[in-house]
Design a protein. Sequence first.
Length: 348
Amino acid sequence: MAGLTIERVTKHFGDHAAVDAMSLAIEPGEFVALLGPSGCGKTTMLRMLAGFEAVSQGEIHLGDTLLASATQHTPPEARNMAMVFQSYALWPHMSVADNVGYPLKLRQIRGADYQRRVAQALDLVALGPYAARTPQDLSGGQRQRVALARCLVTDPAVVLLDEPLANLDRHLRASMEHGFADFHRRTGATMVYVTHDQHEAMALADRIAVMRAGRLVQWATPETLYRRPRTPWVASFIGQGSQLMLGAGAPGQHVASTTLMQGLHAPEHQRTHTVLVRPEHVYIHANAPTSQDLTARVERQTFRGERFEVHLRLPDGVALMAYHPEALHEGQQVGLTLTEGWGLEADT
Ligand SMILES: Nc1ncnc2c1ncn2[C@@H]1O[C@H](COP(=O)(O)OP(=O)(O)OP(=O)(O)O)[C@@H](O)[C@H]1O
C-alpha cells in the first residue's frame, strides 16, 4: 500500500485552470472522495492521477515515487493504478471471467496463476457463479462489480473511481455503496472516488476533498464537513441548514445558544457574522409560542417518514429550517430555541 501526494497541482486547458494549485496528502489505504459541482475539476484531477492527462504545474507522488510534474509523466500503465468508469467499459461479447482476466493477459499471466486470480477477484465482488455469463446478461450493479473485479485483479496500489454509480437507480446505488465499502475493507487499497453527490461521498469516504472552480475549499472527514464547514458555500453544499446574520459568532467556532439568541436580536448594522444553524439545532415549541424570546411562522412542511422538515419564517423575514416529530399547521406561530450554531468565514 502506498499513499498519494498531490502538491500544488494545476491543469490548464488554454487560459482556463480546470484544477488550480490543488494539494492533498492521501494516506495509504485511505478512501477519499473528490466532491464538487459539475465542472469543478474533479474528473480532471482524477485523470491526472491516472496519467491520462499531464499536469501543467505541481507534482504527484505515489509513496516515494514521482509520477508526474511539469517535466515528467509516467504513463498510465506504469503507475500501478486501476480506474473504474461510469460506463463500466466492459467487453460486451466476452464472458465475465474473460473481462476480469483481460488485464492479466495483457501482462502475459497465464495458466493456474491466471485462473486463481480471476476466481479470487470474482469472489471478492460475490460474482463467482456468474463467471460464464456475458455482461449483457447482468444488471447494472453486477456490471459495475465486474468492472471492480477487473480493476482488482492486478492488485493495484490505488483504485480510481469516476462517478461509478451515476448510471444506477437510487435503490441500487445504496446497495452498491455497501459493496464499495466492503470492497475497500477487504482489499485495503487506496481509493479516490469522484462524485458530485454529497450523500455518496459522506457514506463512503474517510476524508472528502470539496472542490469549487478548480480549487480545494475544504479537506476533512465527513463529520467535520457537516459540523464545522469552513465557508457558507461548503455549508450549503453539505447537508441542510440555515445561515443567519448575527451580531455575534466568530468564524471557526461554536456559537452557544444564549449567544445565538442575543445575536439575533442585535441591531441590524451589527449583524455582520454568518452563523450556520443546522435543522436539528432548532427546537420548536409548538404549544406555548408567546413565552419564547424567538417566534416564527410555519411556512410549509414536508413529511419525511421519521420526522417533518419544517420551513419557518422569522419576524424579520429570515428563513429557517427545523425538524419536528409531529405535523404543524401552515401559518401557525411557534416559539423557537436555537441550541447551537457554527461561525463561518467568508467564501473565497
Ligand atoms: N480536454 C479538455 N479541454 C478543455 N477543457 C476541458 C477539458 N476537460 C475538461 N475541461 C474543462 O475543465 C473544467 C473541469 O472539468 P471536469 O470534467 O474536470 O469537471 P468535473 O468536476 O469532473 O465535472 P462533471 O461532474 O460535470 O464531470 C470544465 O470547465 C471543463 O469544461
